[in-house]
Design a protein around this ligand. Structure first.
Ligand SMILES: [Mg+2]
Length: 320
């Protein structure tokens, strides 16, 4: 691989440049170069498909963050969605609208950001679509994965009395962590092998919002969270000092942490805490209730209702 040779500016030269840097993989017998890719799925598995689109000025700022960070993030958020089903990622398809004045340079940077992450998780860059225009950079990645026995872990399996866990500290990701999330693929697979996970989601919109997705999909349940048990990231403390919001508020609502939120039966909760499957780190943060709504229990024991205020993708605010 010779990253120092720049591609010629044409689309086909660029695709050829990417193709020459795509190692052969037996799970993708047809990769870049034909009308479609062909991907082998394990016998008995189902294909998992997820798409995320990132736009300059909305999810990142190209001038500030650079194309490598954008490439990393665009792939990582898709891998996080595969993790959220406890699946294995196989292949990624990358569609880009490149800013015309620096198309080749941005494409090379995106590729440089994606390839180490793809290699680390055994993901083949198997195709996509390359365009240039006078607008800002848009990157849309679709990842194909496969389910692992006994099947995907959905959002919809939580029951009253179940225990709620997260895999790491939350809040304040906009200080910079949101650009280089670690997809919890390995953790999700280890948890799925060792425990009957009832529900699973990745924290992208904010813990309160994403947990609410689980509770809604599970038939309109609720939850009580223990304020003192929610792991708060140091970045949430730092942001709280800047904006006056409490670190716990940041942990509940900021999003883009890309930790996992999981729900297990009460009889599994103690075993999960006592013997978490490596490399997963687990924090028990609350309990599923039959009464709808989210509640927060203070260390003193007072219980107050809370409303999810996570990231709304159709709202007019910016993130990046
Ligand atoms: Mg997700």
């Amino acid at each position: 691989m010779n990253q120092s040779v720049p591609p010629a500016p044409g689309e086909f030269d660029l695709i050829d440049w990417i193709r020459r840097r795509s190692p052969a993989d037996e799970r993708v017998p047809l990769g870049i170069g034909d009308d479609c890719a062909a991907v082998r799925i394990a016998a008995g598995a189902q294909a998992l498909v997820t798409t995320d689109m990132l736009m300059d000025g909305r999810h990142f700022r190209l001038a500030e963050h650079g194309p490598e960070a954008v490439g990393y993030k665009a792939l990582a958020v898709n891998l996080s969605d595969i993790a959220a089903m406890a699946g294995v990622p196989l292949a990624a398809f990358v569609a880009v609208a490149l800013p015309r004045d620096r198309a080749a340079e941005v494409a090379r940077g995106l590729h440089a950001g994606m390839t180490p992450l793809a290699a680390r998780f055994g993901v083949v860059l198997a195709g996509g679509d390359t365009n240039a225009w006078d607008g800002p950079l848009v990157v849309s990645i679709t990842v194909l994965g496969e389910t692992v026995a006994p099947g995907p872990v959905l959002r919809s399996g939580a029951r009253p009395g179940d225990a709620i866990f997260v895999t790491g500290p939350l809040g304040g990701s906009l200080l910079g962590r949101h650009l280089h999330p670690e997809p919890r693929i390995v953790e999700a697979l280890a948890l799925h092998r060792a425990f009957a996970l009832r529900a699973l989601i990745d924290v992208s919109d904010g813990l309160a919002s994403d947990l609410d997705h689980i509770l809604t999909e599970s038939g309109g349940l609720g939850a009580t969270l223990d304020a003192g048990a929610i792991p708060v990231h140091a970045d949430a403390e730092a942001m709280g000092r800047q904006d006056g919001r409490s670190p716990l508020d940041h942990a509940l609502n900021d999003g883009e942490d890309f930790e996992l939120c999981l729900v297990v039966a009460p009889e599994d909760a103690a075993r999960l805490l006592a013997d978490p499957p490596s490399p997963a780190r687990l924090h028990r943060i609350g309990t599923v209730d039959s009464a709808p709504g989210l509640r927060l229990r203070s260390p003193a024991g007072d219980v107050t209702p809370i409303r999810p205020r996570g990231f709304d993708h159709l709202a007019s605010d910016r993130r990046g």
